[in-house]
Design a protein around this ligand. Structure first.
Ligand code: PLP
Length: 399
């Protein structure tokens, strides 16, 4: 796929002769069906959805309305509850600013799990520094599962907003929202669910409509970057702390249309896709476990995202493994925001993982266009890279 001479006909899934992409928690390639729609919205149906005096604006407005329907359907909510943002980070900030409200007599009491995404943790901490919130932490166990007593203690001590992600972006653990959402409401608190990694990959229909603030992002579901949504039945732009929300601005119609299409595809194909990917992930896990001595599989193996495989090669620096794989297999040491940051993952620390396992932690994320061949080739490359690093560490000569 070249930049010059770009044409829709040439848009294809990642080329087979490039490095194998196994970092789908960081971002996903845009599905060609989505790209086609985005392209069309840019060059043909380019109207401003806020200028509905003519057919151009009307078409754009209809497309935005349709996309709201698709997003709502994916997460079991209503179209009127969908507010588009530039992504999950902005949606998280908007939700917390709304929970704080325009004026407050006392700080918002927020309880959040220790494994939330840095975007949420940073927002909550900032609110605390500004005197707008007080933060309580909910503990997780060694598989990143919620410690039930910790959640109960937070609720019983008085909490206004509980933040529990739908699934973790590093180790893939899925949280039992079907139980957590009603529990939080019984304590008269609101719940914010960061569904960035889980939307389209787990079913939300049983509880989606009950979630006060649900967050998702286009680029994690084969849609464009720079588009996401806050899905909320309680959100009102006039009740946001600060100088108001951005969604009255000219909507990002191409992005919104792309996100709508990405949700449509996830809805119609997500079930089969999840099964296919889980099967490949399991094969990769078996292969690596057999070939790499003392390999540890992290997270909750009974309840994790199908495309997630998080492993630790004990006492083997993950940055050395990754650097050997750099041009061959794209995997990561953790969350996107951690890359290159040279600090350990707050998720792995919250799981009380021992240092040697944190040091050798690798996150592998499969996706829609991952093939069986990719998995075989990636396994061989990862095994070789690990051996290479271990031999080098043992002082042996290596080619
Ligand atoms: N929440 C989770 C769980 C994520 O994985 C990410 C991205 O990695 C974000 C939030 C931030 O999403 P965005 O890039 O759309 O701002």
């Amino acid at each position: 796929m070249t930049r010059a001479g770009f044409s829709l006909a040439k848009v294809s899934s990642p080329a087979a002769n490039e490095a194998i992409y196994l970092d789908h928690h960081a971002t996903t390639p845009v599905d060609t069906r989505v790209a086609n729609i985005v392209f069309d919205m840019m060059v043909s149906s380019f109207g401003n959805a806020n200028s509905v005096d003519h057919v151009f604006g009307e078409t754009a407005a209809a497309i935005v309305a349709d996309a709201k329907g698709r997003v709502a359907e994916l997460v079991g909510s209503e179209p009127d509850n969908v507010f588009f943002t530039s992504g999950s980070t902005e949606a998280i900030r908007l939700a917390i600013s709304h929970a704080i409200g325009p004026t407050r007599a006392s700080p918002l009491r927020i309880a959040l799990t220790r494994v939330e995404h840095q975007a949420l943790i940073d927002t909550a901490r900032l609110a605390e520094r500004l005197g707008l919130a007080v933060v309580t932490w909910i503990d997780v166990d060694d598989r990143a599962r919620l410690v039930s007593e910790s959640l109960h203690a937070a609720l019983e001590s008085g909490t206004d907003l509980v933040c529990v992600m739908a699934a973790n972006n590093e180790v893939g653990t899925i949280y039992p929202l079907g139980e957590i959402v009603p529990l939080v409401h019984r304590h008269d608190a609101a719940i914010l669910v960061d569904a960035t990694q889980a939307a389209g990959r787990i079913a939300f229909d049983a509880f989606g409509a009950d979630i006060d603030y649900l967050i998702l992002s286009g680029h994690k579901i084969y849609g464009p970057k720079g588009i996401g949504a806050l899905v909320s039945g309680v959100y009102e732009a006039s009740r946001v702390y600060g100088l108001g929300a951005t969604h009255d601005a000219t909507p990002n119609v191409p992005g919104i249309a792309g996100m709508g299409e990405a949700c449509r595809i996830m809805l119609s194909e997500g079930g089969d896709e999840t099964r296919r990917i889980a099967h490949m992930r399991d094969r990769l896990q078996t292969n690596l476990t057999r070939q790499i001595q003392d390999l540890v599989v992290n997270g909750d193996q009974e309840n994790r995202l199908a495309h997630n495989l998080h492993i630790s090669v004990p006492d083997t620096p993950n940055d050395l493994i990754i650097s050997r794989l750099r041009k061959k297999v794209a995997i990561s040491t953790g969350a996107a925001c951690m890359s290159g940051a040279q600090s350990s993952s707050h998720v792995l620390r919250a799981m009380s993982m021992e240092d040697g396992l944190q040091e050798g932690a690798l996150r592998i994320g499969l996706g829609r266009f991952t093939s069986e061949t990719d998995i075989e080739n990636a396994a061989a490359e990862i095994i070789e890279a690990v051996r290479d690093v271990q031999n080098a560490m043992a002082g042996k000569e290596y080619e």
